[in-house]
Write a protein that binds this ligand. Structure first.
Ligand code: ATP
Ligand code: MG
Length: 420
């Protein structure tokens, strides 16, 4: 037993989960690309101020979840807790608003938050997300929501509830904020966090898991929205209805980051347990400007890959992961090892042609040959690996320029011309 363990809140990904993540990655990328989103890879750490400025001082992420450190030159850095701030930073830094006719980008990668670890909540986790810069209209919000839904439905995750809300804009949010302060100031027994939030960031109270039962009659943003925000929100809903996308308006949805304006949404799955948010996002019309760019209204979302795969546990996604067609190369006589080795390499180089020629649905993978292994143990290994075929190099056959191919399921053996 090793004396070392993965750090608390982190996990190693291997076996079926690694395959499933690879498939989720492939599916998401193809959906993003289909909608004309392009990938941006950003560093895993950034100037800590980028996150405090964008996510907000009085948010859980900035107050207690960030991994902050100093490098050898005393620069204050943070492991990224989310992807939007970095993408906005890159978008501004490289003047992508001038370069790209449409500002659609996606990212995939590890995020870091110092949270209390539990099922579906890690200190290092994977997110895939998309950001749509420069479209102020409600159709962009809906495109983002539908993009998330499309990825989930490709994993057969359809049993979800899409919660939406509007957080208003700089004109109407202050009115809501004041109403919240008035309401909560007269509410008894707020938890310590809520007491603190009430001064700094009263919207956050609506997100509190401890005090949520006390908020039934709290003021709702929808009653404070200005005409423009009201109009925006009703077009979002009309568009969702027009494509038959079900949703529920959720007054209590405020999200854990400060940069959101107008539409916010969260997709929840009951299959995941208490950490039921599998993806989330919203509009952020002022963030690009706040971080030093132009006034570029934008909208985006991120999905938590581990949680999405938890939601896919019973949808058949895992059972239907792409199957492999394993070809095992066996040698009956070590004199033929070099020949068999060459053959294995050839087979790997031509595997796509062969897959096409034989009309195989699965990808061909090749294992072997092995040195210093009896023929019996080679066949045992081929069985364990669930090989479909074993190509056998035997002395008598090879002298006649032949090799044997054994079908492992049917236990039949056929001779082939080696040069074929
Ligand atoms: P939660 O309310 O569960 O803390 P959040 O609002 O902090 O979620 P976001 O910042 O919106 O989450 O991140 C988007 C998605 O990333 C979440 O919906 C979730 O699926 C995933 N996610 C967030 N934090 C974690 C974590 N610590 N471990 C695993 N996945 C996470
Ligand atoms: Mg959180």
């Amino acid at each position: 037993m090793s004396q070392y363990k993965a750090p608390r809140g982190t996990h190693d990904i291997y076996g079926q989960l690694a395959l499933a993540l690879e498939e989720l990655d492939k599916i998401s990328r193809s959906v993003f690309r289909k909608h004309n989103f392009k990938e941006i890879k950003t560093p895993m750490f950034e100037d800590v101020a980028l996150f405090t400025r964008s996510i907000g001082e009085a948010t859980d992420i900035v107050e207690k979840e960030m991994y902050v450190f100093e490098d050898r030159k005393g620069r204050k850095l943070a492991l990224r807790p989310e992807g939007t701030a970095s993408l906005v930073r890159a978008y501004i830094e490289h003047r992508l608003d001038m370069e790209e006719p449409v500002g659609k980008f996606f990212y995939c990668g590890d995020m870091f938050r110092y949270e209390r670890p539990q099922a579906g909540r890690y200190r290092e986790f994977l997110q895939m997300g998309a950001e749509y810069f420069g479209n102020p209209n409600p159709n962009a919000d809906v495109e983002i929501i539908l993009l998330a839904k499309e990825i989930l439905s490709k994993l057969n995750i359809n049993d979800v509830v899409i919660h939406i809300n509007s957080l208003g804009c700089a004109n109407c949010r202050p009115i809501f904020r004041q109403k919240l302060i008035d309401y909560f100031s007269s509410t008894q027994d707020l938890c310590e966090d809520c007491k603190r939030r009430l001064e700094k960031n009263p919207l956050r109270l609506l997100d509190c898991k401890i005090d949520s039962c006390k908020f039934q009659n709290a003021p709702a943003m929808k009653d404070c929205l200005c005409d423009d925000c009201k109009n925006h929100f009703s077009i979002v809903q009309a568009l969702l209805q027009s494509v038959g996308c079900e949703y529920m308006v959720d007054d209590k949805l405020v999200r854990g980051l400060d940069y959101y304006t107008r539409t916010v949404f969260e997709v929840r799955s009951s299959a995941v347990g208490s950490q039921d948010a599998i993806c989330a996002g919203g509009r952020y019309d002022n963030l690009v400007k706040e971080l030093g760019g132009q006034q570029i209204p934008s909208v985006g979302f991120a999905l938590g890959s581990e949680r999405v795969l938890m939601a896919a546990q019973n949808t058949g996604f895992f059972e239907n992961l792409p199957k492999k067609y394993l070809v095992f190369i066996a040698v009956a006589d070590e004199d033929l090892f070099n020949e068999a080795f060459k053959f294995a390499n050839n087979l790997m180089a031509n595997k796509d042609n062969i897959k096409q020629k034989l009309n195989l649905p699965e990808q061909i993978i090749v294992e072997g040959p092995f040195l210093n292994k009896s023929l019996k143990s080679q066949f045992k290994l081929a069985d364990k690996l669930e090989a479909k075929k074993t190509v056998l190099f035997g002395k008598t056959e090879f002298e006649k320029n032949k090799i044997l191919i054994k079908d492992m399921a049917e236990k039949t053996q056929t001779e082939f011309e080696y040069n074929d």
